[in-house]
Design a protein around this ligand. Structure first.
Ligand code: TEU
Ligand code: CA
Length: 564
């Protein structure tokens, strides 16, 4: 596998709306990000992905773009963006923007024009079909946010348009070469400005199985998940190869795909040496326990499932490419609230558990992608009623749960576990009002645990979660260990032992052994014989006697061991 300029970095996702507000309007913004660049540099971050900051009606928090060439005034100005690029560059931080091109906003001029004249050129930018009122829709697919993927074209009673996501997110017709040309032009315009690359949103959806047809209904609503259609859709990689050739490759840009539902044999074409993307997120852990009926039927993740999913992904990437490893993002609950048993991170030993989970994920082969607040162990938030919830997918899933017979209180438990708001509460900088995020009224309620859980407190505490993440990042940058951490082969260690997740990272010179006691109970762990040097430990103790580690609950260590 070819080595790339970004392989050794540590990446960080910013959700700008919730990161840092600079002007007191309660909404995080670009000037806020600029203010925090030193923080990111000192943490050791080399790549930053910004969730969308383009002009948008914010029907889906910026994932509905009405102008790809401008910054939404709520987030700042183009001058702010240019300053951010310059200032980031000074600190050796590459800025990655979100590329949301499966759909645009219904307020984008292309869609407005398509509504005005569906038979004109812009009608071909979207999927518009004749469908007189009362007639059957072109197909029975269910939008990701609930309800049919079809809605009446504004101003027309006899035409419908396709939206796989929200009705304010009409799908762009990638079969139309004009659309593809317009997208590539926009990408290059941004890369010319000095962007390091893009995170590519929901990209598998750009290829539809055509012509539109029904699939067997999979819920009582008579609709069928888009996932079913994606199985039949052929040829997404032809579009993506073309895109890479016309854009990213010319700039040696970084690109990370948000890819779900890929066909396994296609992995090399996604992230191999000549792949269309530099890398893609590994969502294997995210997908554990999911149930097509909806969030209410999801199952909690066990340590064994987590381990199996992580190791399977490491095997898949071996010799092919390089995944991005995450425990959370802006669409997912907080990793510590999800992958640790209920209540584990709140009680005593909670910090140890958080560090163990973070360490196990961070040390896997691939690019570690931290999500804002992960480095201080931010947790899920709680809402008592659905009225407090902002996330459009959580609102839909609440209804799905009610229809399935759950009580409102039970449905709220489901929402509290999986709502996207969990990751979107403001960053907890300190224990002043609103956690130092804003002097105004935050757009989304700050997690009340900020009085204890905040960056400022963790800076002052040597054994905080934050200091542990700093040590992880420092290890990745350590010239002695970097080769093993970045490129070393992953080899599971004693995978048959329940609630133990351990693996070697075998580099050219150095071999590391990563060990996590994935349970709130102590245990004995046999270690390979002979010299072990402890590089990282989430607890003060390291109780080793005759090659047996007497591990404490949630203990996590990284050892430098003799290659064998
Ligand atoms: O998410 C794509 C995606 O597949 C989502 O349906 C995801 O599974 C869902 O949000 C979970 O509730 C991307 C973005 O990350 C997300 O924020 C956007 O809402 C979505 O695309 C539409 O642009
Ligand atoms: Ca603001």
């Amino acid at each position: 596998m070819e080595q790339k300029w970004w392989h050794g970095k540590t990446a960080y996702q910013i959700y700008p709306k919730s990161f840092q507000d600079s002007n007191g309007d309660g909404i995080g913004d670009l000037r806020g990000v600029i203010q925090r660049l030193d923080y990111l540099r000192d943490l050791g971050i080399g790549l930053v992905w910004l969730s969308p900051i383009y002009c948008s009606p914010l029907a889906d928090q910026g994932y509905d773009i009405s102008d790809y060439y401008n910054i939404d005034p709520r987030f700042g100005t183009m001058a702010d963006m240019e300053e951010l690029l310059r200032e980031a560059k000074k600190r050796d931080i590459g800025i990655v923007m979100d590329l949301v091109v499966n759909h645009c906003s219904d307020e984008h001029p292309w869609f407005r024009e398509a509504c005005r004249d569906p038979d004109g050129p812009y009608g071909q930018y979207f999927y518009i079909r004749d469908c007189p009122e009362g007639q059957k829709l072109p197909c029975n697919w269910r939008s990701y946010f609930g309800g049919p993927v079809w809605d009446y074209l504004p101003g027309h009673k006899d035409k419908v348009y396709l939206h796989l996501f929200h009705r304010k997110q009409p799908d762009l017709n990638w079969e139309n070469p004009e659309v593809r040309r317009a997208v590539y032009e926009m990408i290059n315009w941004w890369l010319d400005k000095g962007l390091a690359g893009f995170r590519i949103d929901a990209i598998i959806n750009i290829k539809k199985a055509l012509p539109f047809r029904d699939y067997p209904a999979d819920r009582p609503d008579g609709l069928c998940s888009v996932d079913r259609m994606l199985k039949d859709a052929q040829g997404v990689l032809d579009f993506l190869d073309e895109m890479a050739e016309e854009t990213f490759r010319k700039y040696d840009a970084f690109s990370v795909g948000e890819v779900f539902n890929e066909k396994p044999e296609e992995l090399p074409r996604f992230i191999g040496d000549r792949g269309c993307f530099s890398t893609m997120f590994d969502f294997a852990e995210t997908e554990i326990g999911q149930d097509p009926r909806g969030w209410y039927a999801h199952k909690r993740v066990t340590a064994e499932q987590y381990k199996a999913a992580a190791f399977a992904s490491q095997r898949k990437a071996e010799g092919v490419g390089y995944f991005c490893n995450i425990i959370e993002n802006h669409d997912e609950p907080r990793g510590v609230s999800r992958y640790l048993p209920a209540g584990a991170c709140a009680g005593p030993g909670g910090d140890a558990a958080k560090k163990m989970l973070g360490g196990l994920n961070f040390m896997l082969r691939g690019l570690p992608f931290l999500y804002q607040g992960q480095e201080i162990g931010m947790e899920n938030t709680r809402c008592e009623t659905i009225a407090e919830v902002d996330d459009i997918s959580a609102r839909d899933q609440y209804q799905v749960a009610l229809h399935a017979g759950l009580s409102p209180a039970e449905a709220m438990e489901v929402v509290n576990l999986y709502s996207r708001d969990n990751a979107r509460t403001p960053f907890q900088w300190d224990n002043t009002k609103n956690a130092g995020f804003t002097t105004g009224k935050p757009w989304l309620r700050v997690n009340p645990n900020y009085t204890q859980l905040n960056l400022e407190a963790q800076r002052r505490t040597p054994d905080s979660v934050w200091n542990f993440y700093r040590a992880l990042i420092a290890l990745r940058q350590d010239p002695v260990y970097q080769e093993a951490v970045v490129y070393g082969r992953t080899e599971p260690y004693l995978p048959e032992l329940l609630n133990l997740m351990a693996y070697y990272r075998r580099g050219k010179e150095k071999t590391l052994l990563v060990v996590g006691n994935f349970q709130g109970r102590p245990r004995r762990i046999p270690l390979p014989e002979g010299g072990q040097k402890v590089l990282l430990n989430n607890l003060p103790a390291f109780d080793l006697r005759q090659d047996i580690l007497y591990a404490k609950p949630w203990q996590f260590v990284v050892l430098d061991v003799e290659p064998q």
